[in-house]
Design a protein around this ligand. Sequence first.
Ligand code: NAD
Length: 298
Amino acid sequence: TAELISGTEIRKDILAEVKAEVEEMKAKHGMVPGLVTILVGSSPASISYVTLKVKTALSVGFKEIQDDQPDDISEADLLALIDKYNNDPEIHGILVQLPLPKHIDDKKILNAINPDKDVDAFHPVNVGRLMIGGDEAIFLPCTPAGIQEMIVRSGTETSGAEVVVVGRSNIVGKPIAMMMAQKGVGANSTVTIVHTRTKDLAAHCQRADILIVAAGVPDLVKPEWIKPGATVIDVGVNRVGMNEKTGKAILKGDVDFEKAKEIAGKITPVPGGVGPMTIAMLMKNTLKSAQYAIKKKA
Ligand code: NAD
């Protein structure tokens, strides 16, 4: 049976490491990382995401500003708000919770965030920095960064490994593929990206020493597609029903987990795999941003 790579456990370790570095920063420099979460409107899903980010930021010792704005805020006022935080030296990370109301252009808002405070790493400048790699890539997008961290911390060899990424989205597939192909620790892999137009999905997956699946299709990856001993990272989160007792959604990944775990060497579960990592990497990016600000001042 495969070794389980637990995102819940790795997240705990990362948050503890971030907290320790925040304490050190406070002692040495008399400051802590500052994060602002901007929530427009009152969608219950958005509120629950923002609440979790705020709680986690406070738990690691950040300064956290929760800036809630009404549904009818104008685009100009929201841009002015972002500008205010772009120029606030105590703020190192700016998060705008998506989706935004229809009268506001998401892209315009995200592109207005100072790239050096863009801890989600969605700004084109940060996408470009990721592509260049090395020291340029100050922030990596949180879900791909979490995937890479899990691969490294599970002791999986990446150098020269065949990595197959299923999916080519801007938030998961494309960035993780580029990151694994870069030079450096947890990378140096030979990468193949497969997607809906790929001719023989099974054949590609069967070659993978590391299989990263981000398609959003439950049980897309069959057990016979997995190379014995491979590391399987299942990013998919699919609601496949509802638990009548708890009223909570039943979640399933993109990989047939029960059968896959008999073939893979290491595997991530859903839930409790990649999901919990994203928020931990967000905290890590905010810490990095504050460290970078200190370096720039020195
Ligand atoms: P997306 O829908 O934007 O992209 C899916 C990609 O998968 C597409 O590029 C498509 O070509 C490919 N694909 C879809 N069906 C396929 C098929 N049958 N065969 C081959 N390729 C196929 O999705 P996304 O935003 O990248 O998210 C993917 C999954 O990961 C979703 O289930 C999402 O909920 C989950 N996700 C989880 C986290 C997290 O846990 N933190 C973060 C982001 C996304």
